[in-house]
Design a protein around this ligand. Sequence first.
Ligand SMILES: *Cc1c(COP(=O)(O)O)cnc(C)c1O
Length: 396
Amino acid sequence: MEKLIYLDNAATTQVYPEVFEEMKPYFTEYYGNPSSVYQFAQESKNKVERAREEIAEMLNAKPEEIYFTGGGSESDNWALVATAETYAKKGKHIITSKIEHHAILHTCEYLESRGYEVTYLDVDENGLIDLEQLKKSIREDTILISIMSANNEIGTIQPIAEIGKIAKEHEIFFHTDAVQAFGHIPIDVEEMRIDMLSASGHKIHGPKGIGFLYIRKNVRIGAFIHGGSQERGKRAGTHNVPGIVGLAAAAKIAKENLESNIKYETKLRDYAISRIENEIPFAVLSGHRTKRLPNNIHFCFRFIEGESMLILLDQAGICGSSGSACTSGSLDPSHVLLAIGRPHEIAHGSLRLTLSEKNTKEEIDKVVDELKKIIERLRSMSPLYEDYLKKEKANV
Ligand SMILES: *Cc1c(COP(=O)(O)O)cnc(C)c1O
């Protein structure tokens, strides 16, 4: 079989071999429970605390503000539910956006069912929220603004520092789902006035099932998982030591290579975008052209059914996505594409390709060549395309 071309790094990433090597001894050698008192457990305890320091440093946070969780979804759930419960006396209003990950949107729906009110901000055609609309949505009883740092489908990066400033001015907590941003673009919780931040290991070449929630010291939210006194009594459960080691190792590598990765991936991204725009007719780029994750390429192709495109790409050894791993299999077009104003019939023909710094120009060339053929073939079978061509002819 030909070598696989993996372009779905927004869904998950390969664990770096060096990350895996660092994790290994914490399965078989240093398997002690960090909460135990004997010497033998010290190695795992120390390693967990070093991991916490490394991650904190990367965000300009303090180690005691980092809480390890079971991943991005858990961090999102915790931030929203616990803030809502802890600050219910102050108010029951939350502001978010229409293009958040389902870990945020479905948690908001849950909170609505519990008597909270949620404002879902619109986004423009590029996927950016409107800061004026944000300001106007703030009420006396608003307790939380939760806006993602960067979108997982179309890659648009929100004006995080500006949102943080507005939240601060109104003394409202600001949470950001940074699962796609952490380790991919610079984040500074002080500069950006972020009060809570969710991140995940498996989106940065670390293991799955591990993540963290940054909680600024003055945010006094309660526990989400009740039980033992791990994580300052706020997140019970025996530490996932190998996971935490892997998360920190991956974060460290991401930090060291941040600038060069951004440079390399941006160049590769823009090369792919320009080839697709120049060589494939009726291709519409989704998301902001420059305020965009360095690794995100997202297009809608007219007269194409997205699933067929993915299957044919798969047959050519190429892994891509229709947008969100969580919505594939459902017939509804993505909520993100509808929010940026894509009509249903165009939103169905969506393709997301997300890079890692291991991808090459040769791979991109092969993918675009293959994509051209696939799209030509699918359109040649499309009654909609045929209709369109007939109408064009009639108009001439
Ligand atoms: C992947 C993702 C999540 C969920 O993270 P898990 O670790 O898989 O639970 C949440 N938000 C965004 C933006 C994501 O891309």
